[in-house]
Design a protein around this ligand. Sequence first.
Ligand code: SAH
Length: 480
Amino acid sequence: MAGETEKLNAFPIFLRVEGRRVVIVGSGDEALAKARLMAQSSAEILVVAEKAEPALAVWAAANEVEVVRPDADFLEGAALVFAATGDLEKDARVVDEARARHIPVNAVDRPELCDFFTPALVNRAPVAVAIGTEGAGPILAQMLRARIDRMLSPSLGRLALLAASYREAVDRQVAKGVERRRFWKSFFTGSPARAVESGNGHEAIEATERLLRTRGAERGHVALVGAGPGAEDLLTLRAQRLLMEADVIMHDALVPQAVVSMGRRDAERISVGKRKGCHSKTQREINELLVALAQEGKRVVRLKSGDPLVFGRAGEEMAALRDAGISYEIVPGVTAAFAAAADFELPLTLRGISSSLVFTTGHDLKGKALPDWARLAIGGATVAVYMGRSTAAEVAGLLQQAGLSPDTAVAVVENASLGSRRLFHGTLADLPALGGRKDLAGPVLTIIGDAVAGANFARSKPLASYRESEERLAVRGERS
Ligand code: SAH
């Protein structure tokens, strides 16, 4: 067997059904399922039933599908027939009649009676991915379908139509071989694809024209992509797709390796650090590198933890790209506050208690001036503090100075969304202890406000208990 491919007993082909009749015999769920499937094509569907069950009748009326009673020649002129009566004997009779007229027939749930099988279908008309298992594993087919569906852009069909409209022009103007391959690759992953994806038809045409003039030499592009809080499956589908198309992936230290390695295997990966105490590039160096890579024509994914527009210095990177005339886009991500709240089952807004949300940082609390968000906290806002571990005491002090009660509830999450997450709860009075904790090595997010009371404390430890017990344990652990 080694090296040999197993033979398919059913060979996949795409059958032209436009304007042709497909007959579905049956009145219930089986018939409805097949009718729905065929309705993804432009075939003319005819349902044959003594009396269609309500669900089928309603669907048929809504979709302008004709339902007729079985008469002598309902198979006349059919391109395909489905036996979907739900009754073994009746289905077998339909199969016999179809075969007598040499019309390919499918009998629902009877693979041995089928001339053809229907695939699980990923439909991006005119592009289709059909998954078949020769009737062996419909559930497996559905699982594969879902996976492939996630991989393909929703706008792929429109992009394919645009490609078709340019096929002749490309054949005329771009030399066959390497150059033409480069053209289409740039078309399907570069600026035309991006313009179609963002719903801008006019720009897509302009981009295609430009690509024709440059014979497929594409200009560089940078995507500022949110990697989410850490868990790989909190990445968006769009982020994943861009990672698969990237030439270069430039990431911060906070983005876990598992997410970075989701990108195209031969993409260049550049870590730009940016964690306290790590060797890292300056923001200016990062900006310059982004511009330089794009100017080389590279597709760059600038991967940032959480959401790129929340404490991500994206403003500076966008300004540098704009100044250099480089095209870029932003892909949002799940920000740490949302992941931390989810881990804590903590409602960030709570009816009647908190109706606003502040994202702030303990990092640039300059001087002793009361930051304006402290007043919002008094007004009942829920406050999410980023980068607030070393400045926990200042944050707590400022909020109390502003008049917030020391009893105000506080939730702290280390490594939100990850298996290694740790949850702590306490009050504003306990918060200063956070700054001195040597056992918290991961990123930490703090949520302050009355809405915290709505959280689930079943898996969290009291912030205050640390000093008495755990510090001693940690110290002992270090010594031994
Ligand atoms: N753009 C990011 C924030 C970057 S600033 C976002 O939208 O989430 C870095 C800070 O984010 C960290 O100091 C920490 O406060 C927070 N953070 C990031 N990931 C986190 C995680 N998994 N758990 C807790 N806090 C996190």
